[in-house]
Design a protein around this ligand. Structure first.
Ligand SMILES: Cc1cc2nc3c(=O)[nH]c(=O)nc-3n(C[C@H](O)[C@H](O)[C@H](O)COP(=O)(O)OP(=O)(O)OC[C@H]3O[C@@H](n4cnc5c(N)ncnc54)[C@H](O)[C@@H]3O)c2cc1C
Length: 338
């Protein structure tokens, strides 16, 4: 099994869908929207690949989000996730369809089986990207991700082999709306027998995340090392609860154990796109700020007027966040209690 180097023989963008108990992972839908935009520029098709069991009519939904053809790989062997089984099925589908690009959300599941498929296809994969673009003339996928500890953004291309593969951090693109008037095809695909290599799934349990989901919050208070202590975090939590927001943090704050790992924003944490981000005592290091996208108002409070965070903030406050936060909580409390 292998990919190819005859570039002209490979056409279309394939989005690998992730099925969850609640339906398709929202990052799958975001990627379909992005794939549609890129495919229109390349004048090519969008394919979705759905691997699972008991899928019913769900795959057809993806047509409304931008897919022209939805390939369905369905069977009992896909009822539990085994990386090698999903990876082999995907590689066989890709060989058959020959898409020039294969993209998937960088969820834990996809990040474990996409590299397996890439290895079988003898092609390259750019993992955990934050931006996707294409070079229409060369028909190149241009995936961009942080490199060198987040100190620069690198666009890593796969010029010779096909398909070109990438995983993209969830919440990197806006959710497209569903267009029920779109027409497309649902095509079953039988990958043939696949052995699990002695792996048997005994039990699967979803990861329990602590606290509110930062990825869905409209207002986030970000806590940095400069002000990291329990008292200030408690005040930030009051502000968040008054406004229906959430509290996030930089990596050092989570490493100190002051907030759970799920509160970490950035390259190795979650990506956020709230309407407003209030950064308190945060220097603005690239591994943190790459996780902040499409924010309407970015308010930074820092004692140091030369802090890099001020280069990207829309509203800059030079001052002591320990003084400002209690005043802010007091003012918001007055407004809310009116
Ligand atoms: C591979 C790798 C991955 C990483 N991933 C991430 C990631 O996902 N997320 C992340 O956040 N980091 C990540 N980091 C760490 C990152 O490089 C920075 O070290 C980190 O973001 C800095 O956190 P900070 O801004 O809280 O702390 P600092 O850089 O120490 O900044 C503290 C700031 O607080 C200000 N300050 C001090 N007192 C006050 C006060 N009273 N009021 C107002 N301001 C004050 C200071 O002027 C300073 O600017 C990663 C690093 C590596 C190497």
């Amino acid at each position: 099994m292998a990919g190819g180097s005859d570039r002209a023989a490979w056409r279309g963008i394939m989005v690998v869908a992730q099925v969850t108990e609640e339906g398709f992972h929202s990052a799958t839908l975001e990627l379909l929207g992005k794939a549609r935009e890129l495919a229109d520029r390349l004048e090519t098709e969008v394919f979705a690949a759905v691997i699972g069991a008991g899928l019913g009519n769900a795959p057809a939904e993806l047509v409304g989000y931008g897919a022209d053809k939805v390939y369905v790989v369905e069977g009992e062997e896909f009822s539990s996730f085994v990386g090698s089984v999903f990876g082999t099925a995907l590689a066989r589908l890709v060989e058959e369809v020959q898409p020039e690009m294969v993209i998937a959300a960088a969820t834990d599941q996809n990040r474990s089986f996409l590299p397996y498929a890439a290895t079988l296809l003898e092609t390259g994969l750019t993992a955990n990207c934050m931006e996707l673009d294409v070079d229409e003339e060369e028909r190149l996928l241009l995936p961009t991700r942080p490199a060198y500890s987040g100190n620069l953004m690198a666009t890593i291309v796969c010029p010779e082999r096909r398909p070109q593969m990438a995983t993209v951090k969830p919440y990197s693109f806006p959710l497209p709306s569903h267009d029920s008037s779109r027409r497309g095809e649902v095509v079953p695909f039988d990958p043939g027998p696949i052995g699990a290599g002695g792996v048997r799934v005994v039990e699967s349990r979803p990861l329990q995340r602590e606290g509110p989901d930062l990825r869905k919050a409209d207002f986030i208070v970000g806590i940095g090392r400069g002000v990291a202590d329990e008292k200030l975090i408690a005040q930030a939590q009051v502000l968040a609860s008054l406004t229906g927001g959430a509290v996030g943090a930089t990596r050092p704050v989570c490493d100190m154990g002051l907030l759970p790992e799920s509160a970490q924003i950035g390259q190795t944490g979650v990506s956020i796109s709230p309407k407003m981000y209030l950064a308190l005592g945060i220097s603005g290091a690239a591994p943190h700020t790459v996780g902040i996208q499409n924010v309407d108002a970015f308010v930074a409070v820092n004692k140091d007027e030369s802090a890099p965070v001020f280069d990207m903030a829309s509203h800059c406050v030079v001052g002591d966040a320990r003084v400002l936060l209690p005043l802010l909580v007091h003012e918001v409390q007055k407004i809310v209690s009116k």
